[in-house]
Design a protein around this ligand. Structure first.
Ligand code: MG
Length: 429
């Protein structure tokens, strides 16, 4: 039992095989069945369940190559249903906020900032409670890693995922030091967050191939030979917090833009301005990365110590993939009715998902823009939300549909959490 108080800790929470797990919530027949999720147009595998990975199916594999074997192996495929995944992600984050301040890191993972805890805190029990609550309230399996630094928490999570003995929760400091050393001596550096394959080769050239060797490296020499990011990783592996999560991240699957305010925002009007700026800045990031987004999640939150705690969030499907700042700012503003006037909001952010390459969508956007003031974009939005994306379009958008209208999604699961008519059916008996 620890005798000293726990240092400031972070918990890393990650949904296991997220997309496949989200699909399983509303289709239990997929439970235990090898399942893959396909990219837009049912092209390639973008996510695979544990069982599908066990069949040796690599991400990026074209579906037509897998199809002949599918019946034999029992492999099931689903079209990517980003609206479902976005909403499930929103639910996961909403539950996590009940436990501690939450930094969403990607569509299916987040860090809980636990701060210092008293020596009596049973961290493993806390981790299990997080895991069980998500299973009960959202229906998804997660693993939890708890440690002093982001890097170690992520490593602890990976350990919990890989080694069944942990049952999904690994508290790094509670494991025996000799055991940890033996594990790190076995793990290749590529297991460490932020160590990309190119860096892995350069480290190998310096004789550093295992996590234990990286942890033992001289941070100053590492900084000189590589860069400050790698130095921080070395410090974090040794248990010294050295990174702050930057508040803007763009990945293959999502763009996250969030900020803590220096002064709390207490009015809807104030928040409208904030979200408008965020929408425009996020749009600029999208344009810079030649991408458009089809879904926006907007969230706000008070401090966890505030008298009135509030963590509203909302998923907003966009009528068409866009990087239009006006459209994104407006979409972000949809959360405003959920906010309470006078509550002291300490942060806000938006996450953009279902990202698509920016090319091939040209005609529709200027049209939407021009009709913004007449509210036609909203009408289109409403009709599309009700009848499904692409039911109506304006001008060129209607006559000469962009690729998203024709998207092949023959294996699409219902958007069970965001559309009344696609609710899961429960049969009695
Ligand atoms: Mg995951």
């Amino acid at each position: 039992m620890p005798t000293e108080p726990h240092p400031a800790l972070v918990a890393h929470v990650d949904v296991n095989s997220a997309y496949a797990s989200f699909e399983r919530v509303f289709d239990p027949s997929l439970e235990g069945v090898p399942t893959v999720v396909l990219s837009n147009n049912d092209g390639c595998v973008v996510a695979a369940s544990k069982e599908a990975k066990a069949l040796g199916i690599p991400l990026g594999e074209p579906w037509f190559k897998l199809q002949p074997r599918a019946a034999m192996t029992g492999l099931q495929a689903r079209s990517s249903n980003y609206e479902l995944y976005g909403d499930m992600s929103r639910r996961v984050m909403e539950v996590l906020e009940r436990f501690a301040p939450t930094l969403q890191y990607s569509i299916d993972e987040a860090f809980l900032l636990l701060g210092p805890r008293s020596a009596e805190t049973d961290l493993a029990a806390f981790g299990r409670e997080v895991k069980d609550t998500l299973r009960r309230l959202v229906g998804v399996p997660v693993c939890v890693g708890i440690a002093r630094t982001f890097t170690l928490a992520k490593l602890a999570n990976r350990t919990a995922k890989k080694l069944p003995v942990f049952d999904g929760v690994c508290v790094w400091d509670s494991t025996r030091p000799e055991w940890r050393d033996a594990l790190l001596a076995r793990l290749p550096v590529s297991e460490v967050w932020s160590i990309a394959s190119r860096l892995e080769r350069r480290l190998a050239a310096q004789g550093i191939t295992t996590v234990a060797q990286l942890r033992a490296a001289d941070p100053v020499a590492i900084r000189a030979r590589f860069n400050v990011v790698v130095m921080r990783t070395v410090l974090e592996l040794a248990g010294t917090p050295a990174i702050t999560l930057e508040e803007e991240r763009i990945g293959k699957e999502q763009l996250i833009f969030s900020r803590s305010f220096s002064e709390p925002v207490t009015s809807r009007e104030g928040m409208r301005q904030v979200l408008s700026v965020y929408g425009q800045q996020a749009a600029a990031r999208l344009v810079r990365h030649h991408q458009k987004a089809k879904l926006l999640t907007v969230f706000a939150g008070t401090s966890h110590f505030a008298a009135q705690r509030d963590f509203p969030n909302m998923l907003v499907p966009l009528a068409a993939p866009t990087s239009d700042p006006v459209v994104l700012a407006k979409a972000a503003g949809r959360i405003l009715p959920l906010l309470h006037e006078g509550t002291r909001y300490a942060r806000a952010g938006i996450m953009l998902t279902d990202l698509r390459p920016a090319d091939g969508q040209c005609a529709f956007e200027p049209f939407r823009f021009r009709h913004e003031d007449e509210g036609i974009a909203e009408l289109v939005d409403q009709v599309n939300r009700k009848l499904g994306g692409g039911s109506v379009g304006l001008g060129h958008g209607g006559l000469r549909p962009g690729p998203q209208w024709q998207m092949k999604r023959q294996k699409l699961s219902p958007r069970a959490t965001t559309h009344w008519d696609e609710l899961a059916l429960v049969k009695a008996g």
